[in-house]
Design a binder for this molecule. Sequence first.
Ligand SMILES: [Zn+2]
Ligand SMILES: [Zn+2]
Length: 182
Amino acid sequence: MKTTAGNSIVIAPIGDFDPQLLTEVGSQIHRVFRCAPQVGPILADVSFAFDAGREQYHSTLILQRLAEAAPPGALKVLALTDVDLFIPILTHVYGEAQLGGTACIVSTYRLNSGAGTRHFTETGARRVVKEAIHELGHTFNLRHCPEAACIMHYCRSEADVDRKSNDLCRYCRVMLNDELKR
Ligand SMILES: [Zn+2]
Ligand SMILES: [Zn+2]
């Protein structure tokens, strides 16, 4: 994977991730966003975001640190983690993104049935890839889409994730193309 200064999307695994999964995430990023993906760890650990009461990690705090620590030349940063993420209004989230911002994160915890970061089931890998594209879409200003097959559709369950496609609907594609031209 090559990098072009100023327009690379950095895939930042937190911990030791299956290289095959990282390659698949990278190739799907390239397909959808036409930006060169690059793998490079940014945060080694997210214990600062641990909430002892909930025994989960507050994803918004992780996004702030990621954005601060983003390497120069990184257009977007996508972190991958296996810890269970939450935002205060929800019991859990598969991921979170800064809308129109730099950083987003996806957790494999629920999407890969708690199987960790070294081994992905086929279904687990497919879900992680979809949610990675979904969260990156938010960083490019895309909002949730009512079209159930669109990758920007908001999913409440793993079954919802399995139902949606790997692609943006035509409407979201037009929005993304406008954003990419800016
Ligand atoms: Zn979303
Ligand atoms: Zn859509």
